[in-house]
Design a protein around this ligand. Structure first.
Ligand code: PBG
Length: 331
């Protein structure tokens, strides 16, 4: 018997041939994994590029139809919508108005695309309140803060209104305690027990949302969101949040942001074995675009590496502003 040469185990044996590399590849990214976020604004013929998010726009309903159409042509089927309303007030009441901006968009999209598309709605009030916080404010010992329990019925109203207008799936993002239960009850009572909820269960108070707040015109007018969104330093707490939302009836769990939170995605996946979404947020997108514009990184390679990394961490689906680019690259 010939003496075996050292090293006996050579991991590189599986790396020489690209076809072998394909056979042993553990993670596959496809267009079916991607959800494209879009921003809807009032008016006609409006397509206003968001400076910090190249290739993303504030779109009036007519232009939104074109944008969804071009994404559908690339194979994208899932969309999440954010509204920029004409009218803002203290409670964010235009969020549940029958003729609200998202409601108008949903009706137009449903008519134009029928069942070709999945229409997801972000359920929150920061875009609709005049103070930019994610719910109703009340005075807590001299300090204004979002009132958790007063905000819950409004969330249920917003969701029911969106579903009546054509939403297929609702995604509450305000990090209110009990929001999933309130929404589940509201939907069930309104006759929508089959409508799934994707909960932004582990949403962190993050600096990576900066460009989004320009896009959605939703920055808080004072203070920050640390009294409702999670501390980036915490991980066990994310598991408690997820456990609560699942007990309240969440069907899909979201972790947000994604890139600096791969460990959270993995812990949630391992612990709960439920469908997990990850939100590759605006700041994560903007950093790649900015570095690529300077010629410092290869945009396509880096973006696909990030999206693959998010899937490898345990995400089943990714909300990403790269959805259209990725769909083209993956073709
Ligand atoms: C809240 C909401 C935010 C994002 C999605 N939903 C902003 C926030 O919490 O301040 C951020 C998404 C992104 O940065 O891409 N309605």
């Amino acid at each position: 018997m010939a003496p075996s040469s050292f090293p006996t185990i050579r991991p590189r044996r599986l790396r020489y041939n690209p076809i072998v590399r394909g056979l042993v590849r553990e993670t596959t990214l496809t267009v079916d994994d991607l959800i494209l976020p879009l921003f809807v604004c009032p008016g006609q013929g409006v397509k206003k590029e968001i400076a910090s998010m190249p290739g993303n726009f504030q779109l009036s309903v007519d232009r939104l139809l074109d944008e969804v159409g071009s994404a559908v042509d690339l194979g994208i089927r899932s969309f999440i919508f954010f509204g920029i309303p004409t009218h803002k007030d203290a409670s964010g009441s235009s969020a549940w108005a029958d003729d609200g901006i998202i409601q108008q968009a949903l009706r137009a999209l449903r008519t134009a695309f029928q069942d070709q598309v999945l229409l997801i709605t972000d359920e929150c009030f920061c875009e609709y309140t005049d103070h930019g916080h994610c719910g109703i404010l009340t005075d807590h010992n001299g300090r204004l803060d979002v009132d958790n329990d007063l905000t819950l019925p409004n969330l249920a109203k917003q969701c029911v209104s969106h579903v009546r207008a054509g939403a297929d799936l609702v995604a509450p993002s305000g990090m209110m305690d009990g929001m999933v239960r309130a929404i589940r009850q509201g939907l069930d009572e309104a006759g929508f027990p089959r409508l799934p909820i994707m909960s932004y269960a582990a949403k962190y108070a993050s600096g990576f949302y900066g460009p989004f707040r320009d896009a959605a015109e939703s920055p808080p007018s004072f203070g920050d969101r640390s009294s409702y969104q999670m501390d980036p330093a915490n991980s066990d707490e994310a598991l408690r949040e997820v456990a609560l939302d699942l007990a309240e009836g969440a069907d899909i769990i979201m972790v947000k942001p994604a890139m600096a939170y791969g460990d959270i995605i993995r812990r949630v996946k391992d612990r709960f074995e439920v469908p997990v979404a990850a939100y590759n947020v605006s700041g994560e997108f903007a950093m790649v675009k900015a570095a690529a514009a300077k010629g410092w990184i290869d945009e396509r390679r880096v973006a696909l590496e990030i999206l693959t990394g998010i899937k490898r961490a345990g995400a089943d689906m990714i909300l990403t502003y790269f959805a259209k680019d990725a769909a083209r690259w993956l073709k």
